[in-house]
Design a protein around this ligand. Structure first.
Ligand code: SAJ
Length: 410
C-alpha cells in the first residue's frame, strides 16, 4: 500500500523541513503545531525559523497546495512525530510533548496507519507509546501485541545538522527501528519516497540508543577539546594550534574547543543514557560536566578583566548556540552573557545578526549592530563563529581586550 498523505506533528527545526521535503515529493502533507501563529505563517507560505533554502521550499509547496498546516491532526496514511523532548531541571527526560502528540492521534488513527517517532527518546519509549495507544484505541491492534498489527509504529531518529538540514534530510542514511519487523519495512517504504541515503533496519530500542550514542559521542569528544583548551590556557599554549597540529596524525581528530556545548540535542541527549544506566555512565557524565563548566570558566576571565577597568563596555558577539543559525536554545553564549550581567561586570552590548530583539532574560543588555558594538567596546568577547564576525578587520580590535572563544581571530 502506498502513501498518499502524511501528517507531521511538530513544525520546528526538524518537522517543518521534513514536511516540506515530503510535500515536494508529491505527498499531501499536513503539518500540525499547537502554536497557531506558526500555523498561520506556514499557510501563508512563510517560515518562522532560519535554515538555508527552507523559505523557498515552504513557499513553493504551500503554493502547490501540497503543504498545509493546522493545530489539530487530521486522518493521514502516515504520521511523523517531531516534537521536542527536553529534560527537566534534574536532567530527567520530559516526554510530555511527545506523549501529548501521540495521544492527539487517537481520534484519527485507522487500520493500516504508520506512526514514526523522530524525536530523540530514551530507550523503551517507542514500545511504551505502542502500549499507551493500544489502551486508548481498544478497537485497533498494535505492534507490541502482534506482528500483523493494524497500526505500525517505528522510531527513526532525526540526525540532521542545523544549517544543513535540507541536504542532510535527503542524503543521510536513516536508522529505522520498528516495534515489529513489519513496522520497520513500512517506515522504510515511507522514507524511501524522499531519502537518498540507505534505510538501515533494526529494532526500536537499538535505534533509540544509536541516536543517543551519536550525540553522546560528539559531546564526549568536544569535552576532550574543551578540557585540553583549559590545560593549554594554564600552560600558555594556543589550543587551536595544538588541535590543528595533533590532527595531522592520521588517527587523531580532536574537535574544536569553544565556550561550551549548546543546542537542544548534544547538551541534552547524553542525560537520556545516564537516566537508563545511572551506575555505568561515568564518562558521559564527566563530559557533560566539563562542557557545562566552560561558560562559567570564560565568564570568570572576562569579569576579572572587567574589574580592572573603569565602567567597561563589553561587546558579546553571538548569542546563538552555534554559527550561522538563529537558535538560542541552551546556548553557552547566552550563559556567558547572563553570568556577566549577574556579576554586573559592565555595560553589555550584544550582537546577534539572526535575531531582532533580545530575549527578555537579557533585558539589562542592548542589542546593537556589529559596527556600533565594536566602536563602543573596551572588551570584545567572540562567542559564536558567525560568518560576519570572521570578516572583522583586525585593526577594529586593536586597543581592546579580546576574548576569542572560538579561535577565529588568531
Ligand atoms: N561544538 C564545539 N566544538 C565542535 C563542534 C561543536 O564546541 O568541534 C559545539 C557547537 O558550537 C554547539 C554544540 O557543540 O554549541 C553542538 O553543535 P553541533 O554542530 O555539534 O551539533 P547540533 O547540536 O547542531 O546537531 C547535533 C548533530 N549530531 C551529531 O553531529 C552527532 C546532528 O546530526 C543531530 O541531528 C542533532 O544534534 C540532533 O538533533 O540530535
Amino acid at each position: 500500500m502506498t502513501f498518499n498523505s502524511l501528517s507531521v506533528i511538530g513544525l520546528g527545526y526538524v518537522g517543518l523541513p521534513t514536511a516540506a521535503v515530503f510535500a515536494s515529493r508529491g505527498l499531501d502533507v499536513m503539518g500540525i503545531d499547537s502554536n497557531a501563529a506558526v500555523v498561520e505563517m506556514i499557510n501563508r507560505g512563510e517560515v518562522h525559523i532560519v535554515e538555508p533554502d527552507l523559505d523557498k521550499l515552504v513557499r513553493d509547496t504551500v503554493a502547490d497546495g501540497k503543504l498545509r498546516a493546522a493545530t489539530e491532526p487530521e486522518a493521514a496514511d502516515a504520521f511523523i512525530i517531531a516534537v521536542p523532548t527536553p529534560f527537566t531541571d534534574d536532567h530527567k527526560p520530559d516526554l510530555s510533548y511527545l506523549m501529548a502528540a501521540a495521544e492527539s492521534l487517537v481520534t484519527v488513527l485507522k487500520k493500516g496507519d504508520l506512526i514514526v517517532i523522530e524525536s530523540t527518546v530514551p530507550v523503551g519509549t517507542t514500545q511504551s507509546i505502542s502500549e499507551r495507544l493500544s489502551k486508548l484505541c481498544p478497537g485497533l491492534s498494535f505492534p507490541h501485541q502482534t506482528d500483523d498489527a493494524d497500526i505500525h509504529i517505528a522510531h527513526s531518529p532525526e540526525r540532521v545538522l542545523p544549517g544543513r538540514v535540507l541536504a542532510e534530510l535527503i542524503e543521510n542514511d536513516r536508522v529505522i527501528g520498528g516495534v515489529s519487523a513489519q513496522c520497520g519495512e513500512r517506515a522504510s517504504a515511507l522514507y524511501g519516497l524522499a531519502v537518498k541515503g540507505q534505510c538501515l533496519l533494526t529494532t526500536a530500542p537499538t535505534a533509540e540508543l544509536v541516536k543517543l550514542s551519536e550525540n553522546a559521542f560528539r559531546d564526549v569528544n568536544i569535552a576532550f577539546a574543551n578540557e585540553l583548551s583549559v590545560i593549554c590556557e594554564k600552560l600558555g599554549i594556543d589550543p587551536w594550534e595544538a588541535v590543528e597540529l595533533a590532527n595531522h596524525h592520521p588517527r587523531v581528530n580532536i574537535l574544536q574547543p569553544g565556550p561550551g556545548v549548546g543546542g537542544h540535542c548534544i547538551a541534552v541527549d547524553p542525560w537520556f543514557i545516564v537516566e537508563s544506566a545511572p551506575d555505568d555512565t561515568d564518562l558521559i557524565r564527566v563530559a557533560r560536566k566539563v562542557n557545562d563548566a566552560k561558560p562559567g570558566h570564560l565568564a570568570e576571565q572576562i569579569i576579572h578583566a572587567a574589574n580592572d577597568m573603569d565602567a567597561p563596555v563589553i561587546a558579546c558577539l553571538g548569542l546563538a548556540y552555534k554559527a550561522d543559525i538563529d537558535d538560542l536554545r541552551q546556548s553557552p553564549a547566552m550563559d556567558v552573557v547572563r553570568l556577566l550581567a549577574k556579576a554586573k561586570a559592565g555595560q553589555i552590548l550584544c550582537v546577534e545578526p539572526h535575531i531582532e530583539t533580545l530575549p527578555a532574560e537579557l533585558e539589562g543588555a542592548t542589542l546593537l549592530s556589529l559596527d556600533d558594538a565594536l566602536d563602543k567596546a573596551d572588551i570584545v568577547v567572540l562567542l559564536v563563529d558567525h560568518k560576519d564576525f570572521k570578516l572583522v578587520a583586525r585593526d577594529r580590535l586593536s586597543e581592546k581586550q579580546v576574548f576569542d572563544a572560538r579561535g577565529i581571530w588568531r
